[in-house]
Design a protein around this ligand. Structure first.
Ligand code: ADP
Ligand code: GLC
Length: 465
């Protein structure tokens, strides 16, 4: 049994912008079920939903370089794991989780200082397990403090990369602002092209580095997917592990989904047909059950390959397929989809925004799910799609490669509109054979990407440290 203290910027259901939150909502309870003692440290955002939180620490001083904050710690216990929320309004009351704020280095630097404070006063961690760049500085702080404080001798650090594209890079001037030693600012340390890189610090000074699928673990060691850190990751290859995420089926399964009017299962798919009709109506598309309905649920970001969809808009009109899109993010993509919906209102319908209920209703109601990502560390939406009998059409990259095969979905390799269109056409042709299609749906619905398997892998890793 290890005592594991995780550090993250988001966790479902408290605060979520993407799959990272899903992981932090499910992995800690899965580890707790295996007997590990797990706690999670994250900010208490003003927009977080934390019913039943209980104050467990009144005044934890956070000293970040020249800055002094005082935080309270609130606790929720979920699935046997403790979630600790760092309540510090000057840092976290901003009306949103991320916002490219000028003091982001302090917001997340302080989070790591809070985690170390918690480990000093409340929870003797054997392992600090940080997720993505917001947790990257932890091993740097630990290492620098070691000389003064023997509490953490023998404590190990794990960094999980959920997305190498977000590195937390800040101008060199933040070094003193963060209370870090200038001696750490060199290419073998946390310096990255003249900047301070939070994620690089995590990679350089962690005892193990994990990422969220085996294929992505290989890809990040190549120049194409390495975002400039591939050389470092190759040099650290023996410490890099790819552990495929699981899916939280308590949250995501059509048999019990509270957001779906008529629940359904692999045995009885009637409810799925009803969900499709509701979805078409809600999105203002022609209520035709015999027309294939494709869906996208996505952060609108460069990573997700959304430009490929715009490039084949006219072809989709000709194929007589419909497409519903839910997402928010970069304005250029919001405008792109809104324009498609304006030009072809019978084919495309878009909802710009973040809406969890709608995400569930789309997973249930669509026939096919599109994920043409440029890169995808794991991807959870396609795993949910499989469970809902919504056949995924994905680009063969990262976790998409590892979770979808030709018996359950459709894949394409080249990052081109033609390759995407070919895959969609194959799917549309296959859809016409209703019996074979239902068999394909059921094969996907029978797949089990449970968290237990993933948690066992993390447990093995903790033990090996
Ligand atoms: P990423 O973490 O890169 O965004 P994933 O596929 O791992 O991609 O996870 C995405 C998660 O976020 C899924 O749970 C998906 O349902 C959810 N999601 C994404 N966009 C929205 C949105 N606009 N509204 C509701 N849920 C969303
Ligand atoms: C990131 C990745 C996504 C992954 C998620 C959870 O947001 O973009 O592929 O599923 O983290 O690990």
């Amino acid at each position: 049994m290890s005592r594991v203290l995780m550090v993250t910027a988001e966790a479902a259901p408290f605060a979520k912008t993407g799959g990272l939150a899903d992981v932090l909502g499910a992995l800690p309870p899965a580890l707790a079920r295996l007997g590990e003692e797990v706690a999670v440290v994250m900010p208490r955002y003003d927009i977080a939903h934390i019913p039943g939180a209980e104050r467990v620490w009144n005044a934890l001083p956070l000293v970040v370089g020249p800055h002094r904050y005082t935080a309270a710690i609130d606790q929720v216990v979920m699935g046997g794991a403790r979630y600790w929320f760092v309540d510090c309004p000057p840092l976290y009351a901003r009306g949103q989780v991320y916002g490219n704020f000028a003091d982001d280095h302090l917001r997340f630097g302080a989070l790591n200082i809070a985690a170390i404070g918690i480990a000093r006063h409340m929870f003797r961690a054997d392992i600090f397990h940080g997720h993505d760049w917001p947790a990257g500085l932890l091993p740097a702080y630990l290492r620098e403090n070691l000389h003064g404080d023997p509490s953490f001798f023998g404590t190990k650090c794990v960094t999980t990369i959920h997305n190498l594209g977000y590195q937390g890079n800040f101008p060199a001037s933040v070094i003193s602002d963060l209370g870090l030693s200038p001696a750490s600012f060199h290419p073998e340390g946390l310096e990255f092209w003249g900047d301070v890189s939070f994620l690089k610090a995590g990679i350089v000074w962690s005892d193990a580095i994990t990422t969220v699928s085996p294929t992505y673990a290989r890809e990040i060691q190549t120049p194409e997917h390495g975002f400039g850190l591939d050389g470092l990751l190759r040099a650290r290859a023996s410490r890099v592990h790819g552990i495929l995420n699981g899916a939280d089926y308590d949250e995501w399964k059509p048999e019990t989904d509270a957001f779906v009017a008529r629940r359904y299962s692999a045995k009885n798919l009637t409810g799925k047909r009803a969900a499709k009709m509701t979805l078409l109506t809600n999105f203002g598309l022609p209520a035709n059950p015999d027309r294939p309905l494709l869906a996208v649920i996505s952060r609108f970001a460069h990573q997700k390959g959304l430009d490929l969809i715009a490039a084949i808009a006219k072809d989709l009109v000709e194929e007589d397929a419909a497409l519903v899109i839910l997402g928010e993010g970069e304005a250029r993509f919001e405008e792109m989809f809104q324009e498609m919906a304006r030009d072809f209102p019978d084919t495309f319908a878009v909802h710009v925004g973040y809406n969890n209920a709608m995400a569930h209703q789309i997973e249930a109601g669509a026939d096919m799910f599109l994920m043409p990502s440029r890169y995808e560390p794991c991807g959870l939406s396609q795993i949910y799609s499989l469970r809902y009998g919504t056949v995924p059409i994905v680009r063969a990259t990262g976790g998409l490669e590892d979770t979808v095969d030709e018996t359950t979905g459709f894949k394409f390799s080249e990052y081109t509109p033609t390759a995407l269109l070919d895959a969609i056409r194959q799917a549309l042709t296959a859809w016409k054979d209703k019996k074979a299609w239902r068999e394909r749906m059921r094969r996907g619905m029978a797949k089990d990407f449970s968290w237990t398997a993933a948690a066992v892998e993390y447990q093995k890793l903790y033990r090996s440290l």
